[in-house]
Design a protein. Structure first.
Length: 341
């Protein structure tokens, strides 16, 4: 069964399913959906939670043992399985299908990861889980869908505004739900009574955007290392969540990689296709001149490692690691630098 995040509340009201598969490239929807499942499951007695992550060292026996183990403190267990690629391999596929065919009312399993294609959705293990569970795809929101999400969230936290307010915030955040949520949360702090006009929103956004994540991206593209570090210090001081910056860096790497491929094949770049307007095209051209395929591969590897580490462990100084990631876009040679907890 497939259910989109905006209808997931209604589904939960009918009760829990034994399996949930949360996949997609939009981080905030994934995070909020998984958190919804956690809270609802806890109320239903699933008060023991295990987290497993499929990486190169992962053993699928760990999942089998988790589903079969009994706790001294709880009769019900909640298992989260992070599957970053969406592809469990031959062994994992077999085990997931066996688990799907033997549902246990005392075991709830949530599998989550990045964007998956039709090949994954048509696989035997996925269909077996989907038959008895729920698939929640989390796609980036654009246009009216994004504005609806922002408008609904503003109402949920008690902000009264016009429909044009959601449009104003969506245009500023350019499809980044994490950034949109952060801006709305800031508005509530500035206007605790929830009464805010479009003019006040616009002024607040301008004031808060002096050192925002999007400005950081432009500085990275321009190749200014000193200003990059200064902006990161300001973002850290303002309390910007590191996950927002990781999201922005990943998005820019994807864009630059696509542009580099077109450039290498001799094809002309359709800037509008990438939503890169004329005033920012020179920034991307500058970055493409500096970054070769080797540099882009290094960025990809470091971003994947950072994303996993930020999710799996408490990084003591996240902005130091973010600084290393940002400087790769300059590029600076950081091959000798390793990440530390």
């Amino acid at each position: 069964m497939q259910i989109y995040p905006n209808r997931f509340d209604t589904h939960l009201e009918k009760g829990l399913s034994p399996f949930y598969m949360v996949f997609g490239e939009e981080p905030l929807q994934k995070m909020l959906t998984i958190e919804q499942i956690r809270k609802f499951a806890f109320k239903q007695g699933f008060d023991e939670r295990q987290h497993l992550s499929v990486d190169q060292q992962f053993s699928w026996n760990a999942l089998v043992e988790a589903t079969q183990s009994l706790s001294l403190f709880s009769d019900k267990q909640f298992i989260e399985l992070e599957l970053p690629t969406g592809k469990p391999g031959a062994e994992g596929s077999k085990i997931l299908k066996e688990i799907a065919d033997a549902t246990n009312p005392d075991t709830l399993i949530v599998i989550h990861g990045g964007k998956i294609g039709k090949d994954v959705q048509n696989s035997k293990w996925f269909k077996a889980l989907d038959k008895n569970g729920v698939y929640i795809p989390c796609y980036p929101l654009e246009g009216q869908q994004l504005q609806n999400w922002i408008g609904n969230y503003m109402r949920q936290i008690g902000i009264n505004s016009s429909p044009s307010s959601a449009k104003l915030i969506s245009e500023f955040c350019e499809g980044n739900l994490l950034a949109a949520k952060q801006e709305v949360d800031k508005l509530l702090l500035s206007f605790p009574d929830g009464q805010v006009s479009d003019q006040q929103i616009e002024k607040a956004i301008v004031d808060q955007s002096r050192f925002n994540v999007f400005q950081l991206i432009d500085v990275l593209l321009s190749g200014d290392p000193l200003k990059t570090v200064k902006l990161l210090y300001r973002l850290e001081a303002e309390g910007v969540e590191p996950t927002i910056i990781i999201w922005a860096l990943t998005r820019e790497w994807q864009t630059l990689s696509h542009l580099k491929q077109l450039q290498g094949s001799g094809k002309s770049i359709n800037w509008n296709q990438f939503r890169i307007w004329k005033n920012r095209q020179s920034l991307y051209q500058s970055a493409l001149t500096r970054l070769d395929q080797k540099s882009l591969l290094a960025i990809s590897n470091k971003l994947q490692l950072a994303d996993q580490r930020f999710k799996q462990s408490a990084v003591v100084r996240p902005y130091i690691e973010l600084c290393h990631l940002c400087l790769l876009f300059i590029p600076c040679d950081l091959s000798a630098i390793t990440m530390h907890d």
